[in-house]
Design a protein around this ligand. Structure first.
Ligand code: NAD
Length: 480
């Protein structure tokens, strides 16, 4: 394998070290060893990125929608061509198995294609006037330079959602990508540059997240914030954006309920949910977490689910036989251990797994916990790891009550053969996304976002470009 590269900042058309030369270490989570360095932006770098974004916006917002579309489509093609190389970088810095890294990259290319297309459909409209010589025009114009903050769990796809929507609508963007996984977002940026995107339209920063967000969000040049990460950080950034009257999209944490009705196809439910639970070692904002199984199906579901768990093969993501990689960093291991300790001290039972694996890297066993009660920390805080919490419920009413108990509302899952139950869940589960009897979330063409403490705004579907557009109204009376 070629050596893992150090990552620099991309500002105003050039890859640069930080102005003061500072760097941060990058660690391979499968070994715990430092594999490279990423430049750590300081004030001079951030100020330069803001200047570039201002300049880039002035020019890019005047480029035709069709040309913008061509550049984004070309970047998507380059990602596809480079998938093997970029996937290895992602696996080495983030931990996920190569096959998952490839799927993420190819899926990101599809996201870019969709957003490029939607940029061509950012239509305004004419409103019928009250007088014949009046034309009432609704214009939709790009909002301005964007500050995007993307997370380490999906180093390319979460960045692609922000870049694609900003660039398709004519905005410039400064991306603050994750310091833990810097090389794969850099490869995404390189694809845009190679596709012909002017260098001042897109900047890439790394550094101390709070230093960069607290500098960028109040800056008068920045008009829109998009953040993907934890609810706690999202609250801070949304408050800061509000103080400065900036529009924001917040894609935050979740604690996804899974309702398994007594009439569900248990073979199918257990197989799909296990595949989904252990993808990316559970570090997925829509990961199924609180399993609520109607009592008659409980034993059957638990047995089936456990048999899938025993087939999960944790290991280095570069090993072709691995089906689950390590956690992305050390702090996730200790966070999950604390949640499990709290649960077991209050009477929960670990059916399988429950702890760290090996003595190198950040591996955590695929874990199933039962005997849960709502007062346990883990039933309230997102484990963000390979942990399934399985609870029997008496009926669908009880399941709904537990599903809606938390203020999170990102994803929810349900399995039932009953159309009546499915309709009821559709109407009563409080979440931004619900998938019934299959895994159908996060396609480019469908909305992606939460409600309540899971944030606001959508990063998928036709809705994805809305937050990057301003609506302006012009009424024009023709005078002779
Ligand atoms: P964290 O809360 O420290 O950070 C979460 C993300 O926010 C990281 O990408 C981080 O770089 C960024 N961040 C932190 N402080 C910031 C600031 N002041 N300004 C700008 N960005 C900032 O937690 P963590 O240990 O990195 O991740 C664990 C938690 O984060 C999980 O519990 C999960 O809820 C959440 N998370 C969610 C997603 C998601 O897809 N919604 C992705 C990654 C992490």
């Amino acid at each position: 394998m070629s050596a893992y590269p150090d990552t620099r900042l991309f500002i105003d058309g050039a890859w640069r070290p930080a102005d003061d030369g500072q760097t941060l270490p990058v660690v391979n989570p499968a070994t715990g060893l430092v594999i490279g360095q990423v430049a750590r932006a300081g004030e001079a770098d951030i100020a330069r990125a803001v200047d570039a974004a201002r300049k880039g916006f002035a020019a890019w917002s005047r480029v035709g929608a069709f040309e913008r579309y061509n550049v984004i489509r070309q970047a998507a093609s380059l990602l596809r061509e480079r998938v093997d190389t970029i996937a290895r970088l992602m696996t080495v810095e983030q931990g996920k198995p190569l096959v998952e890294a490839r799927t993420e990259i190819l899926g990101s290319a599809d996201i870019l294609d969709w957003l490029a297309e939607e940029g061509r459909r950012a239509y305004g409209r004419l409103v019928p006037p009250r007088a014949p010589d009046v034309t009432q025009m609704v214009l939709r114009t790009p909002i301005g330079p964007v500050a995007g903050f993307s997370p380490w769990n999906f180093p390319i796809s979460q960045a692609a959602r922000k870049l694609g929507a900003a660039l398709a609508t004519g905005c410039s963007i400064i991306l603050k990508a994750p310091e833990e996984t810097p090389a794969s977002p850099a490869a995404l940026v390189q694809a845009f540059i190679d596709a012909g995107l002017p260098g001042d339209v897109l900047s890439l920063l790394y550094g101390v997240p709070a230093e960069i967000s607290s500098r960028l969000i109040p800056d008068p040049a920045i008009r829109k914030i998009s953040f993907t990460g934890s609810t706690a950080v999202g609250r801070e950034l949304a408050a800061m954006a509000g103080r400065h009257m900036k529009r924001s999209t917040m894609e935050l944490g979740g604690h996804a309920p899974v309702i398994v009705a007594a009439d569900a196809d248990l073979d199918q439910a257990a197989a799909l949910l296990a595949a989904s639970k252990f993808r990316n070692a559970g570090q997925v904002c829509v990961s199924p977490t609180r399993f609520l199984v109607e009592r008659p199906a409980y034993d059957g579901f638990l047995d089936r689910f456990l048999s899938h768990v025993s087939a999960v093969k944790p290991g280095d993501g570069l090993d072709a036989t691995t089906t689950m990689g390590p956690l992305a960093h050390e702090r996730r291991v200790s966070a999950i251990e604390t949640l499990i300790d709290n649960a077991t001290s209050l009477g929960a039972r670990v059916e399988t797994g429950g702890g760290r694996m090996g003595n190198a890297g950040y591996f955590f066993q695929p874990t199933v916990v039962t005997g849960l009660t709502p007062d346990m920390q883990i039933m309230n805080e997102e484990p963000f790891g390979p942990v399934a919490l399985i609870t029997p419920v008496e009926d669908i009413d009880t399941a709904l009550k537990e599903a809606n108990r938390l203020d999170y509302g990102l994803a929810a899952y349900a399995f039932t053969r009953s159309g009546v139950t499915a309709t009821r869940l559709r109407d009563e589960v409080r979440s931004g996304m619900l998938t019934i009897n299959h895994l159908g979330l996060a396609l480019p063409e469908t909305p992606f976002g939460g409600i309540g403490d899971s944030g606001y705004g959508s990063e998928g579907g036709a809705e994805a470009i809305e937050p990057y557009l301003e609506t302006r109204f012009v009424t024009h009376k023709t005078v002779l």
